[in-house]
Write a protein of this length. Structure first.
Length: 420
């Protein structure tokens, strides 16, 4: 779950040691000398990459044959990212589910055939392991695609009878040797989403109760999985929640972990994972509003501020619009400003949506450069993304509750403090 970013310059004939403490087998992606490199890692492995003047790479160490194979795949346009891009391009906008499925399957077949073709170059244990992993990856992609097509593209696929059941039953659900491996974890994530959709209970329960989403999440995972796999899925889902909505985290969720080490890890992760900590000065911005006027962050000092980041393609963002408009009405005449900052959209679409949804808040637009800047400074990993600031321009909570989830309670509390 932890990501290590290494940005460095190494002089000719010098070396650099990178110690990645992975707890399971997995792949990582590196960009070195403007070259893409996929590396396979297992706990305790030691590998060396030597870069030659002709831009070739020599691999040595415990997993050298495997990593040489992966590097050769990049040259042959068979790397994971290249094939994922190929799949996305080939299926974009495809309405026919059978055709869509055939494309996904064809890419999986390419990967399996390539593995078999080069079997003699690879350890037999790796070939068997990778075959199994590719199976999980293929199923995860299909489950993810079905969900994406329904909720983002409004495609109601007519699935064959027992299609989903046969799909998830085609491989072992709980497979401890893959715990932590990204594609297996995506499979478990999508399986959990599938089961929740079948029950149609979570959304209704969350909307009618004040219980945080993290607790419902833990209860559902506790019913679906056992011991180490349950802990891994819960940690995976919680880390995603902390990336997007920290306010939905409740410390009692730690009681659902079976393993004390994992419980302690998640406890530490909660405190260390926030980038924009409470008390931090509001990151600066200089944007344009819907009237064409320049607006900067300092203009809002003296007001309690709720900033909502959104984009035209984000359906959950649009769901928030009526609730955000309601906040504008609630705090009319009070030192509270609701700001909606549009990112990753064309300016004409931004203006169209302001009119279509009669947006009453301060509407600001971020161009491509400012979007990149804001996503970094405000630690935006997904949208909708909201941040609450006090009247001095200090962060109260980044990734706070959205308007529909009761952020006005926090604003009311700040108003009381402001009036003291």
């Amino acid at each position: 779950m932890e990501v290590a970013n290494v940005d460095t310059l190494v002089n000719p004939k010098e070396s650099i040691d990178i110690d990645l403490k992975n707890q399971s087998m997995d792949y990582i992606h590196l960009a070195i000398n403007q070259q893409s490199v996929d590396l396979f890692l297992i706990p305790g492995s030691l590998d060396t990459l030597t870069f030659l003047e002709n831009d070739s790479i020599v691999f040595s160490g415990d997993l050298s044959t495997i990593n040489s194979f992966l590097f050769q795949n990049v040259k042959e346009n068979l790397s994971f990212s290249q094939l994922n891009h190929l799949t996305a391009m080939a299926t974009h906008g495809e309405k026919d589910f059978i055709r869509f499925n055939e494309v996904n399957d064809s890419v999986s077949i390419i990967q399996l055939n390539n593995l078999e073709l080069k079997r003699s170059q690879l350890p037999s244990w790796y070939v068997d392991l990778e075959k199994e992993r590719l199976h999980y990856s293929a199923v995860a992609n299909k489950l993810n695609s079905i969900s994406y097509r329904k909720h983002m593209l409004n495609f109601e696929d007519d699935l064959p009878t027992d299609f989903l059941e046969d799909l998830v039953n085609s491989l072992p659900l709980e497979n401890e040797k893959f715990i932590g491996e990204s594609r297996y974890m995506l499979f478990l994530h999508e399986y959990t989403n599938l089961k929740n959709r079948e029950k149609h209970e979570t959304k209704v329960k969350v909307e009618k109760s004040e219980k945080p989403i993290s607790i419902y999440m833990a209860e559902e995972i506790d019913q679906l999985f056992t011991r180490n796999v349950k802990d891994a899925v819960l940690a995976y889902r919680l880390s995603m929640l902390l990336e997007s909505s920290r306010s939905e985290y409740d410390s009692t969720v730690l009681e659902y972990f079976s393993d004390n080490q994992m419980r302690n890890f998640m406890k530490e992760y909660f405190y260390s994972s926030v980038e924009l900590k409470p008390g931090t000065k509001m990151p600066y911005f200089y944007l344009v509003n819907q009237k064409g006027e320049d607006v900067e962050s300092n203009d809002y000092l003296g007001n309690i501020v709720l900033i909502n980041f959104w984009a035209d393609w984000c359906k959950p963002c649009i769901v928030e619009f009526p609730h955000e408009n309601a906040l504008v009405e609630k705090y009319k005449g009070k030192p509270v400003k609701i700001i909606n900052i549009n990112i990753e959209s064309k300016p004409e679409r931004w203006k169209e949506y302001i009119l279509r949804y009669r947006l009453k808040m301060d509407n600001l637009y971020a161009n491509e450069i400012w979007t990149k800047n804001l996503k970094t400074k405000y630690d935006i990993s997904g949208i909708p993304h909201s941040v609450l600031l006090d009247w001095n321009g200090n962060v109260v909570e980044n990734k706070t509750k959205t308007a529909s989830r009761g952020v006005d309670e926090l604003i009311d509390e700040l108003l009381r403090k402001m009036e003291l």
